[in-house]
Design a protein around this ligand. Structure first.
Ligand SMILES: [Zn+2]
Ligand SMILES: [Zn+2]
Length: 270
């Protein structure tokens, strides 16, 4: 079975056909998925019940995305409250995605940094792993994570497309690297070289759907069912059978999440 460590099933792109998307994912062998829920987007919150109904195995993650950080200048506490409240309500097993985006710069960089750092502190307090979004901001992203302290904050670099040096810094922090469908793109030779050198026990994969569809679906709306293309590519790079790579990724994912929280409903025992 495959596990999609990052997708946006509550996005409006899936409003019309969520049950079909979930059914195709199951048919494609994707047994689990992390649904990223924007902590301060009511339209996404309204989709939570529909996501759970369509795909009961979905795990939620929530945070304030760096694109939305600008709303919290001088009131970072409100961002933290939104994340805390949403995480409790949906039983989030991760906090994410959070981080820095200097490519789009939708929010002032200093505000992005404050909102990011505050959410890291919350994750440490709640003892939850984080999913990090970083774009053209590696220096500040690693500085903030390193200031929080290696070993205190744990998590995954989502949509990892960085250099070998950036991979090394993430690995030194104890982080996992989640590889997106970009690794299948013809021009992604440099990324394939980096992925080939990663330790097997730190690799995750993701679709980031509805964005970034892998080859041969490129240009279409992405969905969790397309994850197999990415697993296949990563398996090839490590010269492993797909099933072996998938089993390794599942074990990595389970290790990232750690033991189920005590408030997780358990199956009846006979
Ligand atoms: Zn992202
Ligand atoms: Zn995302």
């Amino acid at each position: 079975m495959f596990v999609d460590s990052h997708c946006h099933l509550a996005d409006e792109a899936f409003l019309a056909d969520l049950p079909d998307v979930a059914a195709r994912a199951r048919e494609a062998g994707v047994g689990q998925a992390v649904c990223i829920l924007s902590a301060d987007t009511p339209e996404e919150h309204a989709q939570v019940a529909a996501v759970q109904t369509a795909w009961p195995g979905v795990i939620f993650a929530t945070a304030v995305h760096p694109h939305r950080a600008g709303a919290y200048a001088d009131r970072v506490g409100d961002a933290v409250s939104a994340v805390r409240d949403t995480a409790m309500r949906v039983g989030a097993r991760l906090l994410g995605e959070m981080g820095l985006d200097y490519h789009y710069d939708f929010a002032p960089r200093t505000v992005q940094q404050e909102v990011f750092a505050a959410q890291i502190t919350l994750a440490v307090e709640l003892d939850l792993p984080v999913a990090i979004h970083t774009r053209e901001a590696a220096g500040d992203t690693f500085r903030i994570l390193e200031e929080a302290g290696a070993g205190r904050v744990r998590g995954v670099m989502h949509c990892f497309t960085g250099t070998a040096l950036e991979a090394r810094r993430a690995l030194d922090l104890g982080f996992y690297l989640s590889i997106p469908g970009i690794v299948t793109f013809p021009k992604a030779g440099a990324l394939r070289d980096v992925v080939a050198g990663l330790p097997l026990e730190r690799i995750l994969v993701e679709t980031d759907s509805p964005y970034l569809a892998p080859v041969p679906h490129r240009g279409k709306r992405n969905e969790p069912a397309f994850l197999s293309e990415t697993v296949r590519q990563v398996a090839t790079l490590h010269a492993l059978p797909v099933e072996v790579m998938a089993g390794q990724i599942q074990a990595n994912f389970d290790r990232l999440l750690g033991a189920p929280r005590v408030d997780t409903p358990s199956k009846p025992v006979f």
